[in-house]
Design a binder for this molecule. Structure first.
Ligand code: GDP
Ligand code: GDP
Length: 465
């Protein structure tokens, strides 16, 4: 496929299916290129859905590890897991089915293979744990007998056969974007109004993708735990197992929200987190996957330089922003900051909603979801060219850009060329002559009419065509 900059609105979803213990989590980690989920020598351990967006390597796709299909099994979690796997089978665009070389073709495999065939979705079958070549050839023949095709021997553990595994799916996978930060953007190009609307709606049908970020100890894991405790997708706890989902799907008022990379939040050691560089890289990786960043600030500490650096990262990545003063319960009401004054003190934060919260007690969590919804609706907002120019041109006429020595700087018109993140092109006879101050002024004026609540948008000067 070409390295087209116009990445499709939703990356294809690849589901890894297979019986417990065949190596799905191991493969998931391998494809992600890092060890991000826990694997254990115990069937059924990885019972949650694991999601990740893969943008490294040759292809871009989303990956889900279904955590085991247990058709007709009386495992206590069987029902929940089966539902999840069926959901994945419905939801996924492409399928990877894993067999275990140690077990051969199993009756339970047969049942699922039939379902995969019935789904008509592109699928590749892999015989995992093919670590020993002599046994492998014997086993492969065994699987071929059943007409399973295409079939590839792999070793998820040792990373063998990964290219061969993806090859049959390659025709359906877009190339990874050069800039992973742009993985989910919607470039409008020459799309008609109708097409733009359709793409936005399709995107909005998917769960919001939210990154909970902030300095160490601001309460990220406490908040996630609170959400998990209340709204867990699979809540039957098994003793001795770990919750190791990469993302957490939370249902709030009947709607799904995906908190990305929560495993990172929960598992990260405090020592590793103490390194600032590590924190920055970690935050950036989380932001790539998100539409909206919820930045936690510790109310007792106040807004620190470290917090501002993280907020700056969100603005640079142009993700939606919700500012949260957490640990509100730990502050004496008389000492509590006046959140309505934050935008006056820090004008560059005035665009973002600010709320008080306690992840510990759960106080104000409904407001958090309300603001996430609002910001997301603006994150996917497209202002038509004429509406945009009605907002801009009178301002430009009243307060034109400062003249250059070489002549007047004229602004011809503006048009929104991208959604998620928002980019507006500003056409001018002298694009280089527009100062950052003037662009900030125009941005403020646009926000007076189209607030783009919580959305850091980019006003980019362009030469006239
Ligand atoms: P899941 O239940 O399907 O997610 O399986 P896991 O990924 O948890 O793997 C189950 C066990 O199989 C673990 O002990 C893995 O280390 C092991 N395993 C996974 N892939 C391979 C492989 O390619 N070769 C070998 N020898 N063991 C593997
Ligand atoms: P993380 O490093 O950002 O994940 O922070 P943690 O969730 O581990 O929280 C750090 C400390 O702050 C722990 O002792 C928590 O109990 C405490 N904490 C977290 N959220 C709150 C809150 O809303 N109120 C209060 N009073 N304490 C909190």
């Amino acid at each position: 496929m070409s390295s087209d900059k116009d990445v499709p609105p939703a990356l294809p979803l690849v589901a890894i299916l297979g019986r417990p213990n065949v190596g799905k989590s191991t493969l998931f980690n391998r494809l992600l290129g890092e060890n991000r989920a826990i694997t254990m020598d115990m069937p059924g351990v990885t019972r949650d859905r694991h999601y990740a967006t893969v943008t490294q390597g040759p292809y871009a796709y989303r990956l889900v590890d279904t955590g085991g299909i247990l058709f007709g099994d009386d495992h206590p979690l069987g029902e929940a897991i089966r539902k999840q796997a069926l959901f994945a089978l419905e939801e996924a665009d492409l399928l990877i089915y894993l067999f275990d070389a140690k077990d051969g073709y199993n009756p339970m495999d047969r049942e699922v293979v039939e379902k995969i065939r019935a789904s008509g979705k592109p699928a590749v079958y892999a015989v995992n744990k093919s670590d020993a070549p002599t046994r492998e050839s014997v086993l492969m023949a065994d699987f071929y007998k059943y007409g399973v095709n295409p079939l590839v021997p792999v070793s998820a553990l040792h990373g063998l056969g990964m290219d061969e595994l993806l090859a049959p799916l390659a025709p359906y996978l877009p190339s990874a974007p050069d800039d992973p930060m742009e993985a989910h953007r919607l470039v409008l190009g020459d799309l008609s109004e109708e097409e733009i609307r359709e793409r936005i709606l399709k995107r909005l049908e998917e769960p919001a993708r939210i990154a909970v970020i902030g300095r160490p100890n601001v309460g990220k894991s406490t908040l996630i735990n609170h959400l998990l405790g209340e709204e867990r997708l699979v809540t039957s706890p098994l003793p001795g197992t770990t919750r190791d989902a990469i993302d957490t799907l939370v249902t709030w008022k009947g709607r799904p929200y995906r908190f990305v990379d929560t495993a990172g939040i929960r598992k990260r050691g405090k020592i590793a987190e103490a390194s600032e560089m590590y924190g920055i890289i970690r935050t950036e990786r989380t932001l790539i996957q998100a539409e909206i960043a919820v930045v936690l600030i510790s109310t007792p500490d106040g807004l620190t330089d470290g917090d501002l650096r993280i907020i700056r990262q969100v603005i640079d990545a142009r993700r939606g922003l919700v500012l949260v003063f957490n640990k509100w319960d730990a502050t004496d009401p008389k000492e509590a900051p006046d959140l309505t004054k934050l935008g006056e003190r820090y004008p560059f934060l005035a665009f973002a909603p600010v709320i008080a919260l306690s992840g510990l007690t759960g106080k104000n969590i409904p407001a958090l979801f309300r603001h996430i919804d609002t910001v997301r609706s603006w994150y996917y907002r497209r202002i038509g060219t004429s509406a945009l120019n009605r907002a801009i041109l009178p301002v430009v006429e009243h307060t034109p850009p400062p003249r250059l020595k070489t002549g007047a700087v004229r602004i011809l018109y503006a048009t929104q060329v991208q959604i998620a993140p928002t980019v507006i092109h500003l056409f001018s006879n002298h694009p280089d002559g527009l100062s950052p101050t003037y662009l900030q002024f125009l941005t403020r004026k646009i926000r007076e009419i189209h607030p783009f609540t919580g959305v850091p948008f980019l006003l980019r000067p362009r030469g006239k065509k």
